[in-house]
Design a protein. Structure first.
Length: 295
């Protein structure tokens, strides 16, 4: 069971140029409209990891601009309130990323220093310090993650890499396993997906419009390039639902644009939709409908 109507929305929070606490909500049923500002984060922060379940969105780590370990929680049933401080992560870091399933959120990598650490947030006990689980296969930063209810995929890196690590949620103490790479090396990209596919879009080295699709049923080949974003952009946030992926903000800019990928027609160039309420890059994003979360 989820919060009524929560699956109809996506949330983009924080970001840079300058550092922001703003949380914007996009309405999937009316995605040409400008995103609506909602209750802010507890403080301005950027370069966070972000994920969530059917009830809450979690934004962990980041910088203010100093590295932090705190986790902010957005309550989808009361999204005009200031985000509640939870966690924290096991250590302060930024340039991390996150994904998860209905029960846990996994926050991986980051700097400073650059780490391979993966912290797990237990949504049933989210005031506790996150527990370190099996690490990534190598230290990495400035990358992106998505997944389904069984696995999490972490792709990209700085310096620019194409490598992808897969976390098995049923065995999360093991070191993440390297899987088929992205089609090109990059960092500062965004990622989202549904039950069957993960989409990694944008990034830098220099700024890219490339969108790569990982097929979860066959994740050892190189990811397939699909229809690009509407323009080149790095440091982009991404979330979505079962049908569409939304990639918001980015640089060069900063940008307020949101590009929408149609999973049923993913070779087409992503059209731009209603913008964020303000331009930024390095924002986090989450939704109750992303990553094949149950209703």
């Amino acid at each position: 069971m989820s919060v009524p109507n929560a699956r109809s929305f996506g949330y983009f929070a924080g970001g840079n140029a300058p550092v922001k606490s703003t949380v914007d909500r996009i309405d999937y049923s009316n995605d040409t409209a400008e995103a609506s500002p909602k209750g802010p984060l507890s403080a301005g922060k950027m370069y966070m990891g972000s994920t969530g379940n059917s009830f809450f969105g979690y934004f962990g780590g980041g910088s203010t601009p100093s590295p932090i370990s705190s986790v902010d929680r957005i309550d989808y049933s009361n999204d005009t309130a200031t985000a509640a401080v939870k966690g924290p992560l096991s250590g302060a870091r930024y340039f991390l990323t996150a994904t998860g399933n209905a029960n846990f959120g996994y926050f991986g990598g980051g700097a400073t220093p650059i780490v391979s650490t993966v912290d797990r947030i237990d949504y049933s006990n989210d005031t506790a310090t996150a527990v370190a689980k099996g690490p990534l296969s190598a230290v990495r930063q400035f990358f992106a993650a998505t997944g389904n209810q069984s696995f999490g995929y972490f792709g990209g890196d700085l310096p620019a890499k194409s490598s992808v690590d897969r976390i098995d949620y049923s065995n999360d103490t093991a070191t993440a396993v390297a899987k088929g790479p992205l089609s090109l090396a990059r960092f500062g990209l965004g990622a989202t997906g549904n039950a069957n596919f993960g989409y990694f879009g944008g990034g830098k080295n220099p700024a890219k419009s490339t969108v790569d699709r990982i097929d979860y049923s066959n994740d050892t080949p190189t990811a397939s390039p699909k229809g690009p974003l509407s323009s080149t952009k790095g440091h982009v946030g991404a979330t979505g639902n079962a049908d569409f992926g939304y990639f918001g903000g980015g640089d060069p800019g900063p940008k307020s644009t949101i590009d929408r990928i149609d999973y049923s027609n993913d070779t087409a160039t992503a059209p731009s939709k209603g913008p964020l309420s303000l331009a930024r890059f390095g924002a986090g994003a989450c939704s109750a409908a992303a990553n094949a979360l149950p209703q």
